[in-house]
Structures are given as structure tokens and as C-alpha cells.
Design a protein around this ligand. Structure first.
Ligand SMILES: [Zn+2]
Length: 299
């Protein structure tokens, strides 16, 4: 079974027509480098019916979904694959309400599963932004969304964004982090996690960035109502519409997941053909998380 490529939903359904084929797909790619028993780490085993693996050493039987983000998906693998397909290939944000109606799954189950997909979309933090990077803070929610600059409205959710640009000022990659305030302490993590110390960083004149100059190459320029950070503000506008089109309320606790999903898709706009398969692989290689962990933000 070849890995699925592209955005054509008819081909997708033709190649992965039912739960059984989807299980076979997951089994093939979960153990593409050979079987390893999750209990005893033995490599000796064989495939049984229902695409499960039987370990010769400890007799543990493992399904393709076990120990992955597909663990205990109650509504069948084909629907799960379809939801990942929709989330990775559509250009607009999708809500759990829409997808629950489309696939006949309860809204709650859909929401939890989508949070797991978003978990897989989190950055590995292995590839920090380099070269030219613009950084600014923004808010989502509440009134006066069009306003530039720092807002102190407590109803709004605050965030910081870093955009990597080409020499011709085209957007290459984006990272966004939810923040509690605009202090240097809150601004620092996005630098540590996503920006190389060799990068040429531009920010506005906010004093919160000043202490970071010891470690990073930061030039502070006047924002001029956003004019000096044009591409960044186009992305901010997209993030705001992305969040706005989600009909369910996005709480401050969960907004980071939506930022991760947004950035994931922007950062993979050059690899649209393989985005579904690579997301499935990220989910297969990620340890399972429970609904309780999602609610309590324990993951
Ligand atoms: Zn074993």
C-alpha cells in the first residue's frame, strides 16, 4: 500500500475505503522499520488477523492504534483518517461542530480527537527560525481587533508571533505563542524555542525586548502603525479570522493548540502533497493522551 498523497477526496476514499484498509495502512507505517514489541522490545513477531502484531517473546498482541494518538478512537479509523484529511488539506479552519455533522460522530468525541491531531501538529522545536525574523505581539478576541500594538483589555487573549521572511520579504515560516502579559519574561520563550541566536530579528520599540538583546541580534524599529511589519500583520489578520471562524468558544487554556495548528499548515504550505501522511506519521509516533489530560492540560 503506497502512502497517500494529494488533496483529492475521491482518491482518498477510493484508496482508504473502510476501517479494515485504514488499519492495514496504519500497521504498515507504524512498523515500517520492522516490528518492536512495546512490552519487551523484542523484534520477533508476526502479524495476526485484524492487522495486529503478536510478539513471539512475551506473547503480547498489539494493535496499530495502541500507544499512538489513535489509541481508543471510538468511532473507527476511517472517520479518524477523514478528520485528519480535512484538517490538513482544507484552507479554512474547521470546527468540531462541522466535522461531527459531516461524519456522524458526537461533537465531544470529534473535539477531543481534533485536539489530539493538534497535539501532533505541535512544533518539534528542532528547526528554529533563521535569517530575517520579524516579531510582534497581538491580541485575539474582544473588540478593536483591527487595532495594532499592545492591548491591555483583560478579555483579549495575548500572543506573540515570530515570522521568518525571505530576502524578498515573503513569509517562510511562522510560530505563535500564547502569553499572559508583555513582560520580558513572557516574551522570552518564543525566542528560546523558535528563534536561532544567529537570526536577524526585528521588533518594535517595546522595552520588553531590550534584555533579550544580550543573547539575540535584535534591531528595534518604529512599527509605524504596522507598516514596517507588513507581512507579519497579514499573518496576524489570518490568525484572527482563523480563530473567529471557529463557532465554539476558544478558551485561553486551549488557544495555543489552535496557534499550533495554524502555524503547522503555514509551515508546510510547500508540502501539501504529503501533509496528510506526515501528520498520520506524527500521530503514530506520538504517545497516547487521554481526554482527561486534554481537559486538565496535562499534556
Ligand atoms: Zn514482547
Amino acid at each position: 500500500m503506497e502512502q497517500f498523497e494529494g488533496k483529492n477526496i475521491l482518491n482518498f476514499v477510493k484508496e482508504l475505503p473502510n476501517d479494515d484498509v485504514c488499519k492495514a495502512y496504519l500497521t504498515k507505517y507504524k512498523w515500517q522499520d520492522g516490528f518492536t514489541c512495546s512490552k519487551c522490545q523484542s523484534h520477533k513477531g508476526c502479524m495476526k488477523k485484524d492487522h495486529k502484531y503478536h510478539c513471539y517473546n512475551c506473547h503480547h498482541v498489539e494493535s496499530a492504534t495502541a500507544n499512538t494518538l489513535f489509541h481508543k478512537v471510538k468511532f473507527g479509523l476511517q472517520k479518524a483518517f477523514c478528520i485528519v484529511f480535512e484538517m490538513t488539506t482544507s484552507s479554512k479552519s474547521l470546527s468540531s461542530v462541522q466535522l461531527s455533522e459531516r461524519y456522524g460522530v458526537s461533537q465531544t468525541s470529534t473535539w477531543f480527537f481534533m485536539q489530539k491531531v493538534r497535539k501532533a501538529m505541535e512544533s518539534s522545536k528542532k528547526y528554529p527560525l533563521e535569517d530575517l525574523v520579524h516579531v510582534d505581539e497581538f491580541t485575539v478576541g474582544g473588540k478593536e481587533e483591527g487595532k495594532q500594538g499592545r492591548s491591555y483589555d483583560s478579555k483579549k487573549k495575548k500572543a506573540i508571533i515570530a515570522v521568518e521572511l525571505t530576502n524578498k520579504h515573503q513569509v517562510k515560516r511562522v510560530y505563535i505563542k500564547s502569553i499572559d502579559d508583555y513582560s520580558c519574561k513572557s516574551l522570552t520563550p518564543i525566542f528560546e524555542e523558535h528563534i536561532a541566536t544567529s537570526a536577524k530579528v526585528f521588533t518594535d520599540k517595546w522595552r520588553g525586548y531590550e534584555p533579550l538583546k544580550d543573547t539575540y541580534d535584535i534591531t528595534q524599529i518604529k512599527s509605524d502603525n504596522g507598516k514596517n511589519f507588513k507581512k507579519l500583520h497579514i499573518i496576524v489578520h489570518q490568525v484572527r479570522s482563523w480563530i473567529r471562524t471557529i463557532p465554539t468558544h476558544v478558551s485561553k487554556d486551549h488557544i495555543q493548540k489552535y496557534f499550533d495548528e495554524f502555524s503547522y499548515r503555514i509551515n508546510r504550505s510547500q508540502s501539501k502533497k504529503t501533509i496528510w501522511h506526515s501528520t498520520i506519521m506524527k500521530m503514530v509516533n506520538h504517545k497516547p493522551i487521554t481526554n482527561k489530560q486534554i481537559v486538565c492540560k496535562l499534556n
